[in-house]
Design a protein around this ligand. Structure first.
Ligand SMILES: Nc1ncnc2c1ncn2[C@@H]1O[C@H](COP(=O)(O)OP(=O)(O)OP(=O)(O)O)[C@@H](O)[C@H]1O
Length: 299
């Protein structure tokens, strides 16, 4: 039995993973929007899918949600093929789309109650409003909410069914910095409750802050999957030590920054002016991976 599993594991989707994808292909006409994608997302994990516009993120996620057909490949979401997922399977999945239900005439609580009625074992709508920080807006109509509050309502609607797996599509677009931080803390609370999350985002700091692992997709292919700190060999990349000397900003890459700084400190006999030790950011390695320069050239 064991040897059989070992032989077949690389080819077959993993039924124990929250999401397992093998050889996914989706074509629009003669164009491959997704061109042979393999990925496993573990239960309880927060996974961020990164990629430039048109990379294939939405197409992939829609296949996983059961809203888009595929041309090739084996896909399992919570152990089911989403193309054949029934009502019971769907009730275990939550989806937070880019544009939500914020314009509704119903109040927040009414909306949540209506949504909860579709699920066999929903969360208490009042508790969900508290969890997303909208308790005081229970009686407010969706259209009276601010942009950030509407997004929280979208998340509330996505989680009221107590999903095992939550899809979040660019959840914090348009948030102010404080609202984003509050939202991140909400996502962490959901993780503590055991929810697996697949997040697409264009914010690299968001991926770094939240994700256990990130996957970079470009041209319909997965370029790399790694924990954020290790993407693109970041951890092993040489540090860059920068300082100011004789009024000039200097910098030097070094594999041994501690020794380098000690030597500098000796030379300056005390504080090294404007000393900084940096390593490539997630954004640096991401832009390199997708073939973009780290900084836009001046026009
Ligand atoms: N319904 C469709 N018909 C034809 N082509 C499509 C369709 N949907 C997507 N595409 C194409 O498939 C490719 C992948 O699109 P997709 O929306 O999956 O990218 P994305 O990574 O989600 O982009 P974004 O970051 O802009 O949301 C793009 O070239 C897009 O133009």
């Amino acid at each position: 039995m064991q040897s059989c599993l070992l032989v077949s594991a690389p080819l077959d989707a993993d039924a124990d993973a929250a999401i397992s994808i093998r050889g996914l292909v989706k074509r629009y006409g003669d164009r491959d929007a997704v061109a042979g994608l393999d990925l496993d997302i573990r239960r309880g994990e927060i996974f961020a899918l990164l990629g430039p516009n048109g990379a294939g993120k939405t197409t992939t996620v829609e296949v996983l949600e059961g809203y888009r057909s595929r041309d090739e490949g084996d896909v399992r979401v919570l152990g089911q093929d989403p193309a054949a997922g029934g009502r019971r399977w769907r009730s275990r999945i939550g989806i937070v789309l880019q544009s939500g239900a914020g314009d509704s005439q119903l109040t927040c609580l009414e909306l949540l109650r209506a949504q909860a009625a579709y699920y066999p074992d929903p969360r208490d709508p009042v508790e969900v409003l508290e969890l997303v920080g909208l308790a005081e807006k229970a009686g407010a109509r969706g259209r009276s909410l601010s942009g950030g509050q509407r997004r929280r309502l979208d998340v509330a609607l996505g989680i009221v069914g107590k999903p095992d797996l939550l899809f979040l599509d660019e959840p914090t677009t348009g948030f102010d910095p404080e609202a984003r931080r509050q939202f991140w803390s909400l996502i962490r609370s959901l993780r503590e409750l055991g929810t697996t999350m697949l997040l697409t985002t264009h914010y690299l700091d968001e991926a770094e802050e939240l994700a256990d692992r990130v996957g970079v997709i470009a041209g319909g292919r997965l370029v790399e999957v790694a924990v954020p700190a290790e993407l693109g060999g970041r951890q092993a990349a040489p540090a860059v030590v920068s300082w100011t000397e004789d009024g000039v900003r200097r910098s030097s890459p070094t594999p041994t920054p501690t020794a380098f700084v000690a030597e500098l400190a000796g030379r300056f006999a005390g504080e090294v002016p404007d000393l900084a030790v940096t390593r490539p950011t997630l954004e640096d390695v991401y832009l390199q991976m997708i073939g973009q320069p780290a900084e836009e050239p001046a026009r």
